[in-house]
Design a protein around this ligand. Structure first.
Ligand code: CDP
Length: 231
């Protein structure tokens, strides 16, 4: 069967990674969470004193970019690849609200994007890849055979993210999660370099009122149709 490239973009907490993981398992494709890479760079900046309260030393981060090596290693028990920063597993540390509150500023820096996009393109060279993020269908894989653009209301998304954080044991308020979701929507959509926009040929999926099963089946159908069209 022909292997294709699947690009999934959309606002924060629209369930992109959930469906991407399900599809990767079903199709035996590689799943790449591009957001984890921007989160890893943000985590590096926090660890190295480049971010404190509301001060962000972007020049120092740009200068230190060559010290940052991001990789993924498949975790069989979890069923997906975890992210590593300079060979240290940081999968759990990058999911905090603190990282979320700085990541969009880091992701707006062109030098950061250049480095990560180059790596992402390499990861997709052999097809059979599903990547989710903000600019996958527009910048990373403009020729992807299937592009999805996921949307859901801000309240639905904040509720989902709030539940995830609470289940992890993080102490967060719903209101601050909602604020973060809305702030990132704004920053990601309005930055100059590779803003979040729906690619012209992307299929929009609003999952506000869909169960996970409904969403998966609908998208799997689209994947099957796309693969047939390519044969
Ligand atoms: O999972 P969630 O929706 O919270 O976001 P994510 O996919 O982990 O991405 C975190 C942040 O990284 C986004 O808010 C964007 O600022 C940035 N990002 C990006 O600029 N380009 C991508 N391809 C992926 C993420």
């Amino acid at each position: 069967m022909n292997k294709i490239t699947i690009a999934i973009d959309g606002f924060s907490s629209t369930g992109k990674s959930t469906v991407a993981k399900q599809l990767a398992k079903k199709l035996n494709y590689v799943y790449v969470d591009s957001g984890a890479m921007y989160r890893a760079v943000t985590f590096y900046a926090m660890q190295n004193g480049l971010i404190s309260d509301n001060d962000f030393n972007s020049e120092a981060l740009i200068y230190q970019l060559s010290n940052i090596n991001i990789s993924f290693k498949y975790n069989k028990a979890l069923g997906f690849a975890e992210v590593y920063l300079n060979d240290i597993n940081i999968e759990k540390q990058i999911r905090t609200l603190e990282v979320s509150s700085f990541v969009s500023q880091v992701a707006a820096i062109s030098e950061v994007r250049l480095k990560l996009v180059e790596q992402q393109k390499k990861m997709g060279r052999d097809k059979g890849v599903i990547m989710d993020g903000r600019d996958i269908g527009t910048v990373v894989f403009p020729a992807a055979e299937l592009k999805l653009f996921m949307i859901a209301s801000a309240q639905t998304r904040a509720e989902r993210r709030f539940q995830e954080l609470i289940e992890r044991g993080d102490k967060v308020e719903y209101k601050e999660v909602l604020n973060n979701v809305q702030e990132r929507d704004y920053l990601d959509s309005n930055r100059e370099d590779s803003p979040l926009v729906k690619a012209e040929d992307a299929i929009e999926i609003d999952n506000s009122n869909m169960t996970l099963d409904e969403q998966f089946n609908k998208i799997l159908q689209l994947v099957k149709m796309t693969i047939e069209d390519c044969e």
